[in-house]
Design a protein around this ligand. Structure first.
Ligand SMILES: Nc1ncnc2c1ncn2[C@@H]1O[C@H](COP(=O)(O)OP(=O)(O)OP(=O)(O)O)[C@@H](O)[C@H]1O
Length: 238
């Protein structure tokens, strides 16, 4: 579905991503791991088109369609291709109602002005239906996170990218988030790319991992291969 080869990115003269490779097969869930500042968000910003890539390739391919060079697609085109994004810290419009947050995402991503919020969104988050006229900034954190996810789902993405969805969450909410991602992955067939610092969460939810260290992918494979020595070497903050 998405394939990155030798992606390099700079902030000014600072070389941030070094020859990063990534392959996402349809229907899989992949966790990107790394200590703070190792390049996870930068990688996602490159995929979303928020940051230009200096070199390397990014290819989007769906079955039965020719491959597309993602670097040639604008941010809006990438959303229309089916790449959805839940940013770190949620970034919902707190002064607006739940429903207006969803409608804005819908209108921003589609040309058709008469489009409607897909029923699956409120089916997945029934609480948001009851709260649809409430100001979103007044919701508790778990429902704000639901809204951030719902906002990414209104365009019915094929690939959903989440930047630290468990950030600031209590353990029981983390479990709920894990169940939800399992559902999206297994029942709705969404491909998921998950940026996370919580290894337990990656182990519970993801099939594959990519480990970034100083902007380089130093390890990748099946999550079952993510052993304690790798965690100690690349992820433990000293
Ligand atoms: N706008 C920016 N301008 C310059 N350098 C930046 C900018 N954003 C990030 N960086 C630098 O790029 C590197 C990678 O940052 P990035 O945010 O991608 O890491 P991260 O792994 O997502 O970290 P975290 O887990 O803390 O979000 C860091 O050294 C950071 O200081």
């Amino acid at each position: 579905m998405l394939s990155l080869r030798s992606v390099n990115q700079f902030y000014g003269k600072n070389h941030i991503l070094w020859d990063v490779d990534l392959d996402l097969a349809p229907g899989t869930c992949t966790g990107v791991l790394g200590r703070p500042g190792m390049g996870k968000t930068t990688l996602v910003n490159c995929i979303m088109g928020h940051l230009p890539v200096n070199s390397g390739s990014m290819t989007w391919q769906e079955s039965g369609s020719p491959p597309k060079d993602l670097r040639q697609q604008s941010v809006g085109q990438r959303a229309r291709l089916g790449i959805g994004y839940v940013p770190q810290g949620r970034q919902i419009f707190s002064q607006m109602s739940v429903e207006d947050n969803l409608l804005i995402a819908l209108l921003a991503g589609q040309d058709d002005r008469h489009c409607a919020i897909p029923p699956m969104v409120y089916e997945l988050f029934p609480a948001l239906w009851s709260l649809r006229h409430q100001r979103s900034g007044e919701l508790p954190i778990d429902q704000q996170q639901q809204l951030a996810l719902a906002r990414a789902l209104v365009l019915q993405p094929k690939l959903l990218i989440l930047d630290e969805p468990t950030d600031g969450m209590a353990p029981w909410l983390e479990e709920e988030m894990g169940n939800l991602l399992h559902r999206l992955n297994n029942d709705f067939g969404l491909t998921i790319l998950l940026l996370e610092q919580r290894i337990s969460f990656i182990r519970r939810v993801a099939d594959y991992f990519l480990l970034l260290h100083c902007g380089r992918n130093v390890a990748q494979g099946r999550v079952a291969q993510l052993d304690d020595s790798m965690v100690a070497k690349w992820l433990t903050v000293v």
